[in-house]
Design a protein around this ligand. Structure first.
Ligand code: HEM
Length: 509
């Protein structure tokens, strides 16, 4: 009777001993080595042991290898990986020799949940078509009118009521969640022309937003392990992979519903002879002068998802790190407040800023750039050469090489940003004449560089400056002491536990 439990526990102890011994061996083997490649499994054990500090591990290796290193393929990982944060390499791949490097089919498979037919996931002619469409939409004068209306509207009706609610009651608020909802509502307005009002007291659950979060985390793993492995995880329904297929359905349903509603509204607007609201979807359906003939529904779906992703996750991530950095650097917040005094008008209720004045806020702009230098919302870019190439660092790459660029590591290289590279110093962005200093985009890589440079950079600054100016003008933000702040293991640099803070209206401070 005793034999069975006894043998199970013996097996159990043997397994624990074996794992402990294995971890010990990995530790001894990796202790004094910069890169540790193992037979069959390559660098995977080193990644797994350091997974909790993945970004810093890569930074340390890149520091030791002067900005570029190669991990040779193994049985388990049959392609070579070149990791770089060298601005010269980045310029060569993303700008000078742009046509020789593609995102490629691997990238498309990893990001398939967001669709195959959008500006982010395509190469060559299809990409050009989407990019031109997108540019025509973003540079249209009606787009400028649209954002000049919706940004203050969402701040007024969404952001301020939530902040007043928590301020009056002394409650904690997750600022990352607040920013995600602010940018989600904004992104929906430009993509589909309707506001989901996700920014409400109590933060009602949004399955669509949740599906996007899960997707980023799964995509991160897909960048680290070979296709066969993540496909196995998907098949076994393990981890975030298990959530991708249901997430895909949520995203599809969301887009289908909106395409159908917007179609009806566009038809009603045409019947009643008044203009439909300006949005990407509406342009596709009715405004061919902007976006060309209406594409297939799957293209509209993918471009809508793309717009929401490109806006929500990037801006809200940058905003969260911005307020965290301010909490660590109160002198920067004081300077931003001083600058804001020169541009604001006080009403009975609130200190407001006019959107046209945002461009005058040089110090605020510099502080946001400095945030994205240190914490780029999209910290990694990946490319594959279509033919053998030699990089300025002397490394050779070929179609069997996956190139990974780390913008996070680049910010921490003294050779690129100077000895104070790890410090938060908005001043490094300001010229002697008090203007924003130009840094080439292959050095300040947060928005990418070359022909695929971000199309929404100016919009992003407007969205971010409008909310930061409103909050800093009107509220004191205290990040909750000892709240753990670390990045998620995700392709977006989001905070793992959000950013808990107390916010107090300054009238009462
Ligand atoms: C802080 C905010 C933002 C950051 C850091 C950011 C960063 C980036 C990066 C790194 C890329 C290159 C992606 C890749 O090649 O895989 C990109 C592309 C793009 N971004 Fe942004 N972005 C931001 C906001 C926005 C906004 C608000 C929009 C639209 C309104 C936008 C639209 C786009 C588009 C359309 C592309 C695709 C460009 C192409 O592949 O040709 N972005 N962005």
């Amino acid at each position: 009777m005793q034999l069975l439990p006894y043998s199970i526990s013996l097996q159990y102890y043997c397994i624990i001993l074996a794992i402990t011994f294995l971890v010990f061996l990995i530790y001894v083997y990796t202790k004094n080595k910069v890169i540790c490649t193992f037979p069959l499994v390559g660098i995977l054990p080193q990644i797994l042991v350091n997974i909790h500090r993945f970004h810093d591990m890569l930074t340390e290796i890149l520091h030791e290898t002067k900005g570029t290193f190669v991990v040779k393929g193994a049985w388990f990982v049959p392609i070579d990986m070149l990791v770089t944060c060298d601005p010269a390499n980045i310029h060569s791949m993303m700008a000078a020799n742009f046509s020789k490097y593609v995102k490629g089919p691997e990238w498309r498979k990893r990001l398939a949940i967001f669709g195959q037919h959008n500006v982010i996931n395509t190469d060559f002619d299809e990409w050009k078509l989407h990019r031109n469409t997108y540019r025509a939409f973003l540079t249209h004068h009606k787009f400028q009118e649209l954002i000049a209306n919706i940004i203050p509207d969402i701040i007024d009706k969404g952001v301020i009521p939530v902040l007043e609610h928590v301020s009056e009651r002394g409650l904690m608020v997750d600022l990352q969640e607040l920013f995600s909802r602010y940018t989600f509502d904004f992104a929906n307005m430009i993509a589909i022309g309707s506001n989901p009002n996700s920014l409400q007291i109590g933060f009602p659950e949004s399955p669509f937003a949740k599906a996007l979060d899960d997707a980023w985390e799964a995509i991160f793993v897909r960048h680290l392990v070979p296709e066969s492995f993540w496909k196995l995880l998907r098949w076994l329904r393990i981890g975030k992979e298990s959530k991708l297929s249901s997430g895909r359905k949520v995203i599809d349903k969301f887009c289908e519903e909106h395409i159908s509603t917007t179609k009806k509204e566009a038809m009603a607007a045409a019947r009643e002879d008044h203009g439909a609201s300006f949005s990407l979807l509406n342009c596709y359906l009715t405004g061919q002068a902007v976006t060309g003939p209406a594409p297939a529904e799957k293209v509209m779906r993918d471009m809508i998802t793309n717009t929401i992703l490109a806006t929500r996750d990037t801006c809200s991530t940058a905003l969260s790190w911005f307020f965290w950095l301010l909490s660590k650097n109160p002198s920067v917040e004081i300077k931003i407040r001083e600058e804001l005094l020169t541009t604001t008008t006080t009403t009975d209720q609130m200190v407001m800023i006019n959107l046209v004045d945002l461009s005058k806020l040089v110090y605020l702009h510099a502080a946001i750039c400095e945030t994205m230098r240190l914490f780029p919302p999209a910290p990694y870019q990946s490319r594959t050469p279509i033919e053998p190439q030699t990089l300025p660092s002397g490394h050779n790459v070929n179609p069997n090489t996956n190139v990974l660029i780390s913008a996070y590591a680049m910010a921490r290289m003294a050779s690129v940003w100077g000895d104070d590279c790890r410090e938060f110093k908005p001043e490094r962005w300001i010229t002697e004449n008090g203007k924003i200093k130009y840094e080439p985009p292959h050095k300040f890589f947060a928005f990418n560089t070359g022909p695929r440079i971000c199309l929404g950079k100016d919009v992003a600054f407007m969205v971010m400056k409008a909310i930061t100016a409103t909050i800093i003008n009107n509220y004191d933000v205290q990040v909750v002491e000892n709240h753990p702040v670390s990045p998620k293991l995700s392709i977006m640099f989001r905070m793992k536990h959000g950013l808990l803070a107390r916010v107090k209206n300054r009238k009462f401070v």
